[in-house]
Design a protein around this ligand. Structure first.
Ligand code: SF4
Length: 195
C-alpha cells in the first residue's frame, strides 16, 4: 500500500533523521562542534497557517514572522483547497504587513473621508462612518422608494441605490448582503467578479 507523505510529515522525518545522525555519529558531531560558537535553536520565528483574504476561494498559506514583520510566506501544501498553490494576489499577501523588510506604512487602518467637491481627505472614526452610511441609506430609501408601479401593483423597489460586492466576500457574506439589499428593495445588485 502506498503511503502519502505530507509536507509536515516529511519535515518531521527529515528532522528526526538528521537528529539521529548527529547523535549517533560522534566524529561528525565533534567536527561540527570544533571551532563553532554555540547558538540557540529557539529562534523567535514560527510558522502560522492562515487563509488568503483576497477572494472567496480561501487558499491556505503558511506565514513566518519575526519581530512583527513577515519574513516568509508560501502556499500551504496541506491545505485541502489550494494544496500549496497561491495566485499572484495570494503570494503578495505578505505585503499587507511588510514591504522590503519594513512595516507597510501605506496600508490604511483608519477611515478616510472626502466630502463631495472637497480636495481634502479627513480622518474619521468607524462609528462616524457606519452612522453616516446608515443615515444616507435611510434618507435615500425614504425619498426614492417606489411602492407601486404604473398599474397600481405593489413593488416596493428602490432604484436609487446600487450594491456592488467585492471579490473578498465569501459565500456566507454574499448571502447576507443580498438578503439585506433585497429587504431594502434594491434591484441593482452586482458583484465585482461579474463586471
Ligand atoms: S486571491 Fe488567489 S491565493 Fe487568494 S484565495 Fe483567491 S485564488 Fe487563492
Amino acid at each position: 500500500m502506498q503511503t502519502k507523505l505530507s509536507r509536515r510529515d516529511f519535515l518531521k522525518l527529515s528532522g528526526a533523521t538528521a537528529g539521529g545522525l548527529f547523535l549517533f555519529s560522534k566524529p561528525i558531531g565533534m567536527n561540527l562542534a570544533r571551532g563553532t560558537r554555540p547558538f540557540s535553536l529557539h529562534k523567535p520565528i514560527g510558522e502560522t497557517p492562515t487563509i488568503c483574504c483576497f477572494c472567496a476561494v480561501g487558499c491556505g498559506a503558511i506565514v513566518a514572522a519575526q519581530d512583527g514583520r513577515v519574513v516568509n510566506l508560501e502556499g500551504d501544501p496541506d491545505h485541502p483547497i489550494s494544496q500549496g498553490s497561491l495566485c499572484s494576489k495570494g503570494i503578495a499577501l505578505a505585503q499587507l504587513n511588510t514591504v522590503d523588510g519594513e512595516i507597510n506604512s501605506r496600508r490604511l487602518q483608519k477611515v478616510r473621508y472626502r466630502a463631495p467637491g472637497s480636495p481634502v481627505w479627513e480622518e474619521k472614526s468607524w462609528h462616524w462612518a457606519i452612522e453616516q452610511i446608515a443615515r444616507r441609506i435611510k434618507g435615500m430609501r425614504d425619498k426614492y422608494l417606489i411602492t407601486a408601479d404604473g398599474e397600481g401593483r405593489t413593488v416596493n423597489r428602490l432604484e436609487a441605490i446600487a450594491s456592488l460586492g467585492g471579490a473578498a466576500l465569501d459565500n456566507e457574506e454574499c448571502s447576507l448582503i443580498v438578503k439585506a439589499m433585497r429587504a431594502l428593495g434594491l434591484v441593482y445588485i452586482e458583484h465585482q467578479a461579474r463586471i
